[in-house]
Design a protein around this ligand. Structure first.
Ligand SMILES: *Cc1c(COP(=O)(O)O)cnc(C)c1O
Length: 385
């Protein structure tokens, strides 16, 4: 008997799935890469030392599984934030943590259920919520679970619609702060209003918080319905190492530990992360440099060019290109994007929605890289626009 085609074996929602679109990672040299918010500076030199130490002369330690709960790393994270080890869970990147949270709080929609499935049980239709625009991984994670989403749109102000979030039926609401792709950060005063009015779990995705004025960690002591998610990919210059973490009440950490892979963070990544977290001077100098360049660029775009630019507290800016005729819009942004590409400057354009289509998201690179960017934009306005 021949087997059935995969299209009949794989679950229908998986066949319909749209995979996450990562930013381009060009393989040839020579690109000014301002498209995925990576750090333009290398990580602490202690990271390479720690990796060499962990590998040793012959790699013998790699025979052994890593610490299953990443305990020494949890302890280092807890100490850094003035929390306890039981408030910390480590992920294989913060994307791993976000995925675990979706698996805990978001379930299949009734529509995807075969006839005869037990209905009326509490899990049917358990929804996850988030703002649009924000991190485009959330919908992918929910689609993988065949889950339901309750999405709330920003208006052009990009301020939080507090009453609409309070009224959301989501069990878990993802809030990116500072937000991506806008860079706009939400105040702890606003987060407190959400935490006291919204009935579900609030997940504050703080991938960019080291570049911001405020963060939600001080709220953890008072709000058991808060999870803060962090990553070492941006401010610690370790996107390639894949380490992120969740900070929350012990009960929530216990749920994450039930669902995660038992060895979700490899030996080398644990060692690298501990070394990076330990080098506070290196971290502080990266963050200070990126913030200074960002603030110069914000002023360059808004004051000198007169382009509408959101007040970013992240390591990127979201700006609305204006051509020589003073026009803005999707085709203007696309023209600037294409022109930059032709100059081997890579940024990000999100053409599929009116709130984002007229903008470009530009990661903060070195001062030299930003110089190339600005020169290329001058050339675009003069000739290419
Ligand atoms: C970059 C980013 C992440 C991903 O972090 P990893 O730790 O690299 O998985 C999570 N959330 C947001 C909003 C991001 O921009």
């Amino acid at each position: 008997m021949s087997s059935s085609p995969l299209s009949q074996l794989a679950l229908p929602h998986v066949l319909r799935l749209h995979a996450y679109t990562p930013g381009l990672q060009p393989t040839e040299a020579g690109w000014v890469k301002l498209n995925t918010n990576e750090c333009p500076y290398p990580p602490s030199p202690r990271v390479a030392e720690a990796l060499r130490r962990e590998i040793g002369a012959d790699g013998a330690s790699l025979r052994l599984y890593p610490n299953p709960k990443s305990i020494p790393l949890r302890a280092a994270v807890a100490q850094l934030h003035g929390l306890k080890e039981e408030n910390v869970c480590i992920g294989n990147g913060s994307d791993d943590i976000l995925n675990l949270l979706v698996r805990i709080f978001c379930a299949a929609s009734t529509a995807g259920r075969p006839a005869g499935a037990p209905d009326g049980h509490a899990l049917l239709g358990a929804t996850a919520g988030w703002m649009f625009p924000s991190y485009s991984l959330y919908p992918v994670l929910v689609e993988i679970q065949d889950g339901r989403a309750a999405i709330i749109e920003f208006d052009r102000s990009m301020q939080l619609p507090l009453a609409r979030i309070a009224a959301s039926s989501a069990r878990a609401f993802f809030l990116t702060s500072p937000n991506a792709p806008t860079g706009v950060a939400f105040s702890n005063a606003d987060l407190e209003r959400v935490l006291t009015s919204f009935r579900g779990l609030l997940i504050v995705d703080e991938a960019y918080a080291p570049f911001a004025a405020e963060n939600a960690i001080p709220l953890l002591a008072r709000f058991p319905n808060l999870v803060v998610v962090r990553t070492l990919s941006k401010a610690y210059a370790l996107a390639g190492i894949r380490v992120g973490y969740a900070l929350a009440a012990p009960e929530l950490i216990g749920l994450l530990d039930r669902v995660r892979d038992s060895y979700n963070v490899n030996r080398l990544s644990q060692a690298a992360a501990i070394a990076a977290l330990g080098d506070r001077d290196h971290f502080a100098s990266i963050v200070a440099k990126v913030r200074a360049t960002r603030d110069q660029q914000l002023s360059r775009f808004s004051n000198e060019r007169g382009w509408f630019t959101y007040p970013s507290q992240a390591n990127f800016i979201f700006t609305e290109p204006r051509n020589a005729r003073g026009e803005t819009g999707l085709t203007v942004a696309k023209s600037a994007y294409d022109f930059l590409c032709s100059r081997k400057v890579l940024v990000r354009h999100f053409p599929n929605h009116a709130l984002t289509a007229s903008f470009l998201r530009i990661s903060i690179g070195t001062d030299d890289e930003m110089g190339v960017l600005q020169q290329s934009l001058d050339a675009w306005r003069q000739g290419g626009a």
